[in-house]
Design a protein around this ligand. Structure first.
Ligand code: CP
Length: 320
């Protein structure tokens, strides 16, 4: 099990980014503002800088990824860093090399920043405890625990499209139990002082104690969506699910799918976000995923700037 977060230094600055839990609102706003500065106004293009020239970033993805891995790579390239994408299935992991030894060998190759995705909760914390003081670690998703850069890009996207969080009623819909994204989103929404946070899903897919985090729980999608301004959809994380947690057949879509009918319960123009990958016809009606209020692809673009912001901030903090 992971231990107390070592992600802040003695001056309360980010040393690593492992979880949203334990950060302050100021940490989040600093990252969002820094990310905003990477966009060229009006054109929406992301700038390229030489901020991380001479630095090497290692992408260690022990689980599949399209968005996170690619946008970390693009972000590192935009900052002029060298990127080492370790192909885990062709690495010495398959010969029994431990995670610790893999990381120490890459550190010996002078990698200064590790981006790690792993199926085990706490893997990024573990790596952060192994590296030397000049090396930083970013959690790109660990088990069911946390996916902090996803939550940050979600906050960036909501702030860009809807502004003041205090005025927003936000619903997170679906498989919250297995979702590292949802855990990070809840912490981030609380820090951004969202007006109301709702969790909607079947009893089998919602963790206990959500109410203790100040989250309103709904098991009926239409009721839960009434009057919401932002809908955060989640994928069913079947790869982490025990048997028997899902309703039979396609009744999950009938009960919890975002369809024209259920969307009509939310405020007009409710913003729809989804971390991806989207399973059309499973958690969301296909044409809703492509509708103007669904900003799913904008989230992906924003992910590049957020990851640039986190990587450059960690490297700045390391050097100062
Ligand atoms: N949102 C997300 O983590 O997507 P990937 O699994 O494709 O990285």
């Amino acid at each position: 099990m992971y231990q107390t977060s070592p992600q802040l230094d003695k001056n309360n600055r980010l040393r690593h980014l492992l979880t949203i839990d334990g950060l302050t609102r100021e940490h989040i706003v600093e990252i969002l503002d820094k990310a905003e500065g990477f966009f060229i106004p009006k054109s929406g293009q992301i700038i390229q800088t030489d901020t991380l020239q001479g630095k090497t970033i290692a992408n260690l993805f022990f689980e599949p990824s399209t968005r996170t891995r690619s946008t970390f790579q693009l972000a590192a390239q935009n900052l002029s860093a060298s990127v080492l994408n370790l192909n885990i299935s062709h690495s010495s992991t398959s010969k029994g090399e431990s995670l610790r030894d893999t990381v120490l060998n890459l550190q010996a190759m002078q990698c200064q920043l590790f981006v790690i995705r792993h199926g085990s909760s706490g893997a990024a914390h573990f790596v952060a405890q192994q590296v030397n003081p000049f090396v930083a670690v970013i959690n790109a998703g660990d088990g069911c625990h946390a996916h902090p850069t996803q939550a940050l890009l979600d906050m960036f996207t909501i702030r860009k499209h809807r502004g003041d969080f205090q005025k927003l009623r936000v619903a997170i819909v679906g498989d919250i139990l297995h979702s590292r994204v949802a855990r990070s989103q809840i912490h981030a929404l609380q820090l951004m002082r969202a007006g109301e946070i709702r969790a909607i899903g079947p009893k089998t897919l919602l963790p206990a104690h959500l109410e203790q985090l100040g989250v309103k729980v709904f098991h009926d999608l239409s009721q839960g969506l009434q009057g919401v301004d932002v809908i955060m959809m989640l994928r069913l994380q079947t790869e982490r699910m025990q048997k028997g947690l899902l309703p039979k057949g396609n009744s999950y879509y009938r009960l919890y799918g975002l369809t024209s009918e259920t969307l009509a319960m939310a405020n007009p123009n409710a913003l729809i976000i989804h971390p991806g990958p989207v399973n059309r016809g499973v958690e969301i009606q296909s044409d809703i995923a492509d509708s103007p209020n669904a900003v799913i692809l904008d989230q992906v673009t924003n992910g590049i700037a957020i990851r640039m912001a986190v990587m450059s901030l960690l490297m700045e903090n390391r050097l100062s």
